[in-house]
Design a protein around this ligand. Structure first.
Ligand code: MTE
Length: 307
């Protein structure tokens, strides 16, 4: 299903309502450059992306009902059960480190001037399941350009909200809190890397990392950090949660790679969520199928060693 300008969300998606389109990501003001009166649907139609897959997206019920968001529990259904209590408005992101214009930016300000796009991406979890998700978001590069990256910056560090009173999973030391992640600057600037603020024409659901989360489609899902409150440009490689927990099993890069098995299971194939327990596994693609856009980032690197 390639995105066709003559088709709207309601024609191509299993979920066909646009009830909350105006509150997509942080209220109408957050729509920034988009005309407020114009239906978001039309705006999204005006900006189809060549980066979208033509595979059929998973249903919203699958995308928000089968989640990893350990702040709300380790069960796949826990985020849907528990993430509703997370306050996402007001929301601000502290942007700092090696940048020209550091500060605490309201969500609407983070989004200001950034063109929203629909990006239908495959998401491949390191646990060997996958989905197809119709994100709405904007390129991280647009935000970094606006904030101004200093020449000495080499990495981008991200941090998730840590609010134990609203996040029952964080009251136990399952993993170190807050959840943190990082990218090399050129990975962050790649056009595939987006900050997602919506899903299926609505504001991002809390279980999926409302109100703003990273999506890096050629890497295992754990790199795509949710509910971001801090972005810091650094010279040194920043810490990444799963890499800290077990560096032998979870590398800093964690590019999807069927040739490098997880020490405890094969990464050669994956189970598409929603396909049913007996559905055939599908072969995993190197860089999750996005190699034409990102393989060049790793020229000269041995991806079995720097995995
Ligand atoms: N971000 C935070 N803050 N906490 C998490 O537990 N889980 C990661 C990633 N981002 C996680 C997170 C993992 S393992 C995956 S596979 C994806 O989120 C899942 O995203 P989804 O639940 O929206 O499909």
């Amino acid at each position: 299903m390639r995105f066709r300008p003559d088709l709207g969300w309601s024609d191509v998606t299993p979920r066909a309502d646009f009830l909350n389109r105006r509150q997509l990501i942080g209220g109408a003001a957050a729509l920034g450059g988009l005309g407020l009166a114009a239906p978001l649907r039309a705006e999204i139609q005006a900006a189809p992306s060549r980066y979208s897959t033509d595979e059929t997206p998973n249903a919203l019920e699958e995308i928000s009902g089968y989640c990893n968001f350990y702040e709300f529990g380790t069960g796949k259904g826990d985020p849907e059960k528990n993430a509703g209590q997370m306050t996402t408005d007001p929301w601000s992101v502290e942007i700092g480190g090696l940048v020209e214009r550091p500060g605490r930016y309201d969500l609407a300000d983070v989004m200001k001037g950034q063109p929203l796009e629909e990006r239908i991406y495959r998401l491949r979890c390191v646990e060997a399941w996958s989905m197809v998700v119709p994100w709405i978001g904007f390129q991280l590069s647009g935000l970094l350009d606006r904030i101004g990256v200093q020449p000495s910056a080499k990495y981008v560090a991200f941090e998730t909200l840590y609010r134990p009173e609203e996040m029952p999973g964080t009251r136990r030391p399952v993993i170190p809190w807050p959840y943190v992640e990082g990218l090399r600057l050129d990975e962050a600037m790649n056009p595939l890397t987006i900050l997602a603020t919506g899903l299926y024409g609505e504001a991002l659901p809390n279980p999926n990392g409302a109100p703003i989360r990273l999506v890096v489609p050629w890497k295992y899902g754990f790199k795509s950090i949710k509910s971001i409150v801090r972005i810091t440009l650094t010279e040194e490689q920043p810490p990444a949660t799963w890499n800290i927990v077990n560096p032998r099993e979870y590398g800093f890069y964690s590019n999807v790679n069927p040739e490098v098995d997880h020490p405890r299971w094969s990464q050669a194939s994956e189970r598409r969520v929603g396909g049913g327990f007996f559905a055939a596994k599908i072969p995993t693609q190197k860089f999750n199928g996005y190699g034409e856009y990102v393989a060049g980032l790793y020229d000269g690197m041995d991806l079995t060693k720097s995995f």
